[in-house]
Design a protein around this ligand. Structure first.
Ligand SMILES: CC(C)(COP(=O)(O)OP(=O)(O)OC[C@H]1O[C@@H](n2cnc3c(N)ncnc32)[C@H](O)[C@@H]1OP(=O)(O)O)[C@@H](O)C(=O)NCCC(=O)NCCS
Length: 195
Protein backbone atom coordinates (compact mmCIF):
# COMPACT_ATOMS: atom_id res chain seq x y z
CA UNK A 1 0.00 0.00 0.00
CA UNK A 2 2.72 2.43 1.11
CA UNK A 3 4.88 1.31 -1.79
CA UNK A 4 2.09 1.98 -4.32
CA UNK A 5 1.32 5.37 -2.80
CA UNK A 6 5.01 6.31 -3.01
CA UNK A 7 5.14 5.33 -6.68
CA UNK A 8 1.92 7.24 -7.44
CA UNK A 9 3.22 10.41 -5.79
CA UNK A 10 6.63 10.10 -7.45
CA UNK A 11 5.21 9.54 -10.93
CA UNK A 12 2.12 11.78 -10.91
CA UNK A 13 2.58 14.49 -8.27
CA UNK A 14 6.29 15.23 -8.16
CA UNK A 15 5.95 18.44 -6.07
CA UNK A 16 4.04 16.51 -3.37
CA UNK A 17 6.60 13.71 -3.57
CA UNK A 18 9.44 16.21 -2.99
CA UNK A 19 7.79 17.48 0.21
CA UNK A 20 7.03 13.97 1.45
CA UNK A 21 10.59 12.88 0.63
CA UNK A 22 12.11 15.81 2.51
CA UNK A 23 9.91 15.25 5.58
CA UNK A 24 10.53 11.52 5.50
CA UNK A 25 14.30 12.12 5.34
CA UNK A 26 14.17 14.47 8.30
CA UNK A 27 12.11 12.18 10.56
CA UNK A 28 14.11 9.11 9.49
CA UNK A 29 17.34 10.91 10.37
CA UNK A 30 16.05 11.98 13.77
CA UNK A 31 14.88 8.45 14.50
CA UNK A 32 17.84 6.44 13.14
CA UNK A 33 20.93 8.67 13.14
CA UNK A 34 22.37 7.25 16.37
CA UNK A 35 21.94 3.65 15.19
CA UNK A 36 23.46 4.51 11.80
CA UNK A 37 26.51 6.19 13.27
CA UNK A 38 27.10 3.20 15.59
CA UNK A 39 26.79 0.74 12.68
CA UNK A 40 29.70 -0.70 10.66
CA UNK A 41 29.75 -3.23 7.80
CA UNK A 42 31.37 -6.68 8.04
CA UNK A 43 30.23 -8.18 4.72
CA UNK A 44 32.20 -6.24 2.06
CA UNK A 45 33.43 -8.57 -0.70
CA UNK A 46 37.22 -8.98 -1.09
CA UNK A 47 38.81 -6.59 -3.56
CA UNK A 48 36.19 -3.85 -3.16
CA UNK A 49 35.64 -0.73 -1.11
CA UNK A 50 32.12 0.06 0.02
CA UNK A 51 31.54 3.79 -0.41
CA UNK A 52 28.41 5.76 0.55
CA UNK A 53 26.59 7.20 -2.46
CA UNK A 54 26.65 10.62 -0.77
CA UNK A 55 30.42 11.02 -1.35
CA UNK A 56 30.62 9.68 -4.91
CA UNK A 57 30.72 12.47 -7.54
CA UNK A 58 27.33 12.53 -9.25
CA UNK A 59 29.14 12.61 -12.63
CA UNK A 60 30.72 9.21 -11.81
CA UNK A 61 27.27 7.80 -11.10
CA UNK A 62 25.97 9.16 -14.43
CA UNK A 63 28.89 7.47 -16.19
CA UNK A 64 28.08 4.22 -14.36
CA UNK A 65 24.40 4.37 -15.39
CA UNK A 66 25.29 5.32 -18.98
CA UNK A 67 27.60 2.33 -19.19
CA UNK A 68 24.77 -0.17 -18.61
CA UNK A 69 22.91 -1.74 -21.53
CA UNK A 70 19.24 -0.98 -22.11
CA UNK A 71 18.16 -4.41 -20.81
CA UNK A 72 19.56 -3.52 -17.37
CA UNK A 73 16.71 -1.00 -17.02
CA UNK A 74 13.88 -3.39 -17.85
CA UNK A 75 13.23 -4.05 -14.14
CA UNK A 76 15.27 -1.27 -12.58
CA UNK A 77 13.51 2.11 -12.54
CA UNK A 78 13.82 3.34 -8.95
CA UNK A 79 14.76 6.96 -9.72
CA UNK A 80 16.17 9.26 -12.39
CA UNK A 81 19.71 8.62 -13.57
CA UNK A 82 20.75 12.18 -14.41
CA UNK A 83 23.04 14.34 -12.23
CA UNK A 84 20.18 16.32 -10.69
CA UNK A 85 18.27 13.20 -9.61
CA UNK A 86 21.40 11.64 -8.16
CA UNK A 87 22.29 14.78 -6.23
CA UNK A 88 18.77 14.81 -4.76
CA UNK A 89 19.21 11.22 -3.61
CA UNK A 90 22.56 12.16 -2.08
CA UNK A 91 20.84 14.84 0.01
CA UNK A 92 18.04 12.50 1.08
CA UNK A 93 18.97 11.14 4.49
CA UNK A 94 16.50 8.25 4.24
CA UNK A 95 18.09 6.99 1.02
CA UNK A 96 20.92 4.70 2.15
CA UNK A 97 22.88 4.25 -1.08
CA UNK A 98 26.26 2.55 -1.50
CA UNK A 99 28.62 1.64 -4.30
CA UNK A 100 31.23 -1.11 -4.51
CA UNK A 101 34.45 0.31 -5.95
CA UNK A 102 36.95 -2.11 -7.48
CA UNK A 103 40.26 -1.57 -5.63
CA UNK A 104 42.25 -2.55 -8.73
CA UNK A 105 41.03 0.20 -11.05
CA UNK A 106 38.69 2.41 -8.95
CA UNK A 107 35.74 1.46 -11.18
CA UNK A 108 32.23 1.22 -9.78
CA UNK A 109 31.29 -2.46 -9.89
CA UNK A 110 27.86 -2.16 -8.32
CA UNK A 111 25.32 0.20 -6.80
CA UNK A 112 22.71 -0.63 -4.16
CA UNK A 113 20.34 1.12 -1.80
CA UNK A 114 17.75 0.84 0.89
CA UNK A 115 15.10 3.50 0.30
CA UNK A 116 13.89 3.92 3.87
CA UNK A 117 10.71 5.20 5.46
CA UNK A 118 10.59 6.84 8.87
CA UNK A 119 8.18 4.29 10.34
CA UNK A 120 10.79 1.52 10.02
CA UNK A 121 10.67 0.05 6.53
CA UNK A 122 13.28 -0.09 3.79
CA UNK A 123 13.00 -1.08 0.11
CA UNK A 124 16.06 -2.66 -1.47
CA UNK A 125 17.42 -2.12 -4.98
CA UNK A 126 20.69 -2.93 -6.76
CA UNK A 127 22.47 -2.83 -10.08
CA UNK A 128 25.73 -4.55 -11.02
CA UNK A 129 27.90 -3.10 -13.77
CA UNK A 130 27.62 -5.16 -16.94
CA UNK A 131 31.35 -6.03 -16.81
CA UNK A 132 31.01 -7.28 -13.21
CA UNK A 133 27.91 -9.46 -13.54
CA UNK A 134 27.89 -13.10 -12.54
CA UNK A 135 30.69 -12.72 -9.97
CA UNK A 136 28.44 -12.72 -6.91
CA UNK A 137 28.26 -8.93 -6.45
CA UNK A 138 24.45 -8.89 -6.67
CA UNK A 139 24.22 -11.43 -3.85
CA UNK A 140 26.94 -9.61 -1.90
CA UNK A 141 25.05 -6.33 -2.16
CA UNK A 142 21.89 -7.97 -0.86
CA UNK A 143 23.87 -9.07 2.20
CA UNK A 144 25.21 -5.52 2.59
CA UNK A 145 21.66 -4.09 2.42
CA UNK A 146 20.42 -6.66 4.90
CA UNK A 147 23.28 -5.98 7.27
CA UNK A 148 22.68 -2.26 7.47
CA UNK A 149 18.87 -2.49 7.27
CA UNK A 150 18.44 -5.11 9.97
CA UNK A 151 21.40 -3.61 11.86
CA UNK A 152 19.46 -0.41 12.49
CA UNK A 153 16.18 -2.26 13.08
CA UNK A 154 14.27 -1.88 9.81
CA UNK A 155 11.91 -4.32 8.12
CA UNK A 156 13.11 -4.82 4.54
CA UNK A 157 11.12 -5.35 1.35
CA UNK A 158 11.63 -5.44 -2.38
CA UNK A 159 9.76 -6.11 -5.55
CA UNK A 160 11.28 -8.56 -7.97
CA UNK A 161 10.11 -9.93 -11.27
CA UNK A 162 10.13 -13.71 -11.68
CA UNK A 163 11.34 -12.96 -15.24
CA UNK A 164 14.47 -11.25 -13.86
CA UNK A 165 16.18 -14.55 -13.05
CA UNK A 166 19.47 -13.15 -11.74
CA UNK A 167 17.72 -10.68 -9.45
CA UNK A 168 15.24 -13.25 -8.16
CA UNK A 169 17.98 -15.81 -7.51
CA UNK A 170 20.29 -13.33 -5.82
CA UNK A 171 17.39 -12.16 -3.62
CA UNK A 172 16.75 -15.76 -2.59
CA UNK A 173 20.46 -16.66 -2.19
CA UNK A 174 21.27 -13.85 0.21
CA UNK A 175 18.14 -13.90 2.32
CA UNK A 176 15.14 -15.76 3.61
CA UNK A 177 12.16 -14.19 1.94
CA UNK A 178 8.41 -14.23 2.40
CA UNK A 179 6.10 -13.49 -0.53
CA UNK A 180 3.85 -10.69 0.70
CA UNK A 181 1.89 -10.46 -2.53
CA UNK A 182 1.91 -11.69 -6.11
CA UNK A 183 1.51 -8.63 -8.33
CA UNK A 184 0.59 -8.29 -12.01
CA UNK A 185 3.15 -9.13 -14.71
CA UNK A 186 5.02 -11.76 -12.71
CA UNK A 187 6.16 -9.30 -10.02
CA UNK A 188 6.56 -10.49 -6.46
CA UNK A 189 6.41 -8.23 -3.44
CA UNK A 190 8.85 -9.78 -0.97
CA UNK A 191 9.61 -9.21 2.67
CA UNK A 192 13.21 -10.07 3.48
CA UNK A 193 13.44 -12.06 6.69
CA UNK A 194 16.28 -11.85 9.14
CA UNK A 195 18.57 -14.81 9.79
C1 LIG B 1 20.22 -8.61 -10.81
C2 LIG B 1 21.70 -8.31 -10.74
C3 LIG B 1 21.92 -7.23 -9.69
C4 LIG B 1 22.44 -9.60 -10.35
O1 LIG B 1 23.80 -9.27 -10.15
P1 LIG B 1 25.00 -10.34 -10.37
O2 LIG B 1 26.15 -9.83 -9.62
O3 LIG B 1 25.19 -10.60 -11.81
O4 LIG B 1 24.38 -11.64 -9.68
P2 LIG B 1 25.19 -12.74 -8.86
O5 LIG B 1 26.50 -13.01 -9.54
O6 LIG B 1 25.22 -12.35 -7.42
O7 LIG B 1 24.25 -14.01 -9.09
C5 LIG B 1 23.04 -14.15 -8.38
C6 LIG B 1 22.33 -15.44 -8.80
O8 LIG B 1 21.79 -15.27 -10.10
C7 LIG B 1 22.32 -16.24 -11.00
N1 LIG B 1 22.55 -15.54 -12.25
C8 LIG B 1 23.38 -14.50 -12.48
N2 LIG B 1 23.27 -14.09 -13.75
C9 LIG B 1 22.34 -14.91 -14.32
C10 LIG B 1 21.77 -14.98 -15.62
N3 LIG B 1 22.12 -14.15 -16.59
N4 LIG B 1 20.82 -15.93 -15.85
C11 LIG B 1 20.45 -16.78 -14.87
N5 LIG B 1 20.94 -16.75 -13.62
C12 LIG B 1 21.87 -15.82 -13.35
C13 LIG B 1 23.62 -16.71 -10.35
O9 LIG B 1 23.95 -18.01 -10.75
C14 LIG B 1 23.25 -16.65 -8.90
O10 LIG B 1 22.43 -17.75 -8.56
P3 LIG B 1 22.77 -18.69 -7.29
O11 LIG B 1 22.91 -17.77 -6.11
O12 LIG B 1 21.57 -19.56 -7.22
O13 LIG B 1 24.05 -19.36 -7.65
C15 LIG B 1 22.25 -7.85 -12.13
O14 LIG B 1 21.90 -8.79 -13.09
C16 LIG B 1 21.75 -6.48 -12.56
O15 LIG B 1 22.32 -5.45 -12.19
N6 LIG B 1 20.65 -6.43 -13.35
C17 LIG B 1 20.12 -5.16 -13.85
C18 LIG B 1 19.45 -4.32 -12.76
C19 LIG B 1 18.34 -5.11 -12.06
O16 LIG B 1 17.53 -5.77 -12.69
N7 LIG B 1 18.33 -5.00 -10.71
C20 LIG B 1 17.37 -5.75 -9.91
C21 LIG B 1 16.09 -5.05 -9.76
S1 LIG B 1 16.13 -4.05 -8.29
Amino acid sequence: MLYRLAHFLRDKLSWAWNIVEWLNGLVFWIRYRKKLSAFSFTTIPDGYDLVPLSIIPSTDMVLFFNHQPEEAYTYFMPHGFDEKSIERLQRNRAFLGYVLVDKKNSKIGGYCFNRCFFHGQGFRGRMVDIDYRGKGLGTAMNKILNEVGFGIGLRLFETVSKNNVASYRSAISASNVKIVKEMPENELYLEILQG
